[in-house]
Design a protein around this ligand. Structure first.
Ligand code: AMP
Ligand code: GLY
Length: 428
């Protein structure tokens, strides 16, 4: 089997690495990939952008690709799976209609509330319908969200009414382009976040191992929101009882309600949850893809053949398909470039990758590229140092040993990844 992975981040390096381990796979091509995928045995890159759907379709057809797996949300929202399917190519991911769950927060909020799935109370505004007085009557803090895709940056937690109004007005004025034409303002929910990701085929749901992301830039969950500064799996906040509540109150109602709207959801479905003190699994957002950096620790724990799982979903055999996990936890620490998440500096040489390769675990690449035999930074999130361990503290120590081995100018990383799980385990 020849497999194409679309995307060039850490998630795609991990997907390609895991797919390549399948005895059924002879070649993995990543479009456009990064230095990590370029250096991986049995994996090669092709210089086609992840949102160049025409280019990807032409390549998949001419290169005899048997299975395409889409990493990022951009091409999914733009309908890459519909195009591949219409051309008779097998492609794993939701179609454009299903990807709206991530592509439009207004749509997702309407979907959640209509179907009684727990989520924060909200109101939706455009520049013309915006009601500052309504905002002033709401309890603080307030959460202001641009409707469309904004790479994890379109969310403002406002501590004052003035801040909420200013955030909404900035979005209407175009800080996020068309993504801010509509703005969701919702109540602030407290609790503990968890990422609940499943492989879905229409009505069948195969939940993957749970995980928790660290969205803020700085230790102690301070600083600006990012795409994610680290993740670990499993998330202890998702106890077996909470797991069952998520399935019963979020995942099953979601795929059923999509069916009722004529949408057969096939792909990874990611519910970003805020687990309340009483265990209510509130949905903060849906993503129509695997998480980044959640993919890196989650796939490190997956013992089953990922190709088999994706094929089971593609051929309607997901129900009853077994899925084996390494019981050991995994921790992934993101190393980000100078300036991230604002204006990122690129082109810094990365040192120590060979040293890290001799240690337990794996350094997945994200924003990296090869130039004259050197590996350089080329994006905001650069690497994700990921390791398994006998217990969460051991996994954390191994991940940070990898972090200590690599270096580049301006490198930023959090020193407290997995702190909640460590506190629960009493080993923080
Ligand atoms: P989102 O892109 O909607 O997941 O929001 C990004 C981050 O903002 C989430 O991971 C949360 O940390 C935070 N957030 C979003 N919505 C809320 C909310 N209603 N209450 C509290 N925090 C929120
Ligand atoms: N780590 C958050 C995301 O993938 O959206």
């Amino acid at each position: 089997m020849r497999v194409l992975v679309v995307g060039g981040g850490g998630r795609e390096h991990a997907l390609a690495w895991k797919l390549r381990q399948s005895p059924r796979v002879t070649a993995v091509v990543v479009a456009p990939g990064n230095a990590g995928t370029a250096l991986e045995p049995g994996i090669e890159n092709v210089a086609i952008a992840a949102d160049d759907i025409d280019g990807l379709l032409a390549f998949a057809t001419s290169a005899g690709i048997d299975l395409t797996v889409i990493g990022p949300e951009g091409p999914l929202v733009k309908g890459i799976v519909d195009r591949f399917s219409a051309a008779g190519l097998r492609c794993f991911g939701p179609g454009a209609a299903a990807a709206r769950l991530e592509g439009s927060k207004a749509y997702a909020k309407e979907f959640l509330t209509t179907n009684g799935i727990p989520t924060a109370a909200y109101a939706l505004f455009t520049a013309t319908s915006f009601d500052a007085d309504w905002v002033r009557r709401q309890r603080l803090p307030l959460v202001v969200k641009a409707d469309g895709l904004a790479a994890g940056k379109g969310v403002v937690i406002a501590a004052t009414h003035a801040e909420a109004i200013a955030a909404a007005e900035a979005m209407f004025a175009g800080t996020f382009g068309a993504a801010g034409r509509e703005v969701v303002i919702e109540e602030f929910l407290s609790g503990e976040e968890a990422s609940f990701i499943a492989i879905v085929d229409g009505l069948d749901i195969l939940p993957l191992a749970t995980s928790q992301d660290h969205k803020r830039l700085a230790d102690g969950d301070r600083g600006p929101n990012t795409g994610g500064m680290g993740a670990y799996s499993p998330a202890p906040v998702v106890t077996p009882a909470i797991h069952e509540r998520v399935m019963a109150e979020v995942m099953r109602p979601t795929v059923h309600a999509l069916q009722a709207r004529g949408i057969h959801y096939r792909g990874f479905l990611y519910a970003g949850l805020m687990i309340a003190a009483d265990g209510t699994p509130n949905v903060l957002e849906f993503n129509c893809r695997f998480g980044d950096p959640e993919t890196q620790p989650v796939l490190m724990r997956l013992e089953s053949d990922l190709v088999e799982l994706l094929e089971a979903a593609l051929s309607g055999r997901l129900q009853g398909t077994p899925c084996r996990w390494d019981p050991r936890p995994a921790v992934g620490v993101v190393l980000a470039a100078h300036g991230y998440p604002e204006t990122v500096r690129t082109g810094d040489p990365i040192h120590g990758l060979a040293t890290a390769a001799a240690l337990p675990g794996k350094v997945f690449h994200a924003g990296t590229r090869q130039s004259d035999g050197q590996t350089l930074t080329s994006g905001g999130r650069v690497l994700c140092a990921t390791a398994l361990g006998d217990g969460i503290a051991a996994a954390r120590d191994r991940a940070y040993a990898l972090v200590a081995a690599v270096d580049f100018a301006g490198c930023q990383f959090r020193r407290d990844i997995a702190y909640r799980a460590l506190a629960r385990a009493g080993t923080g």
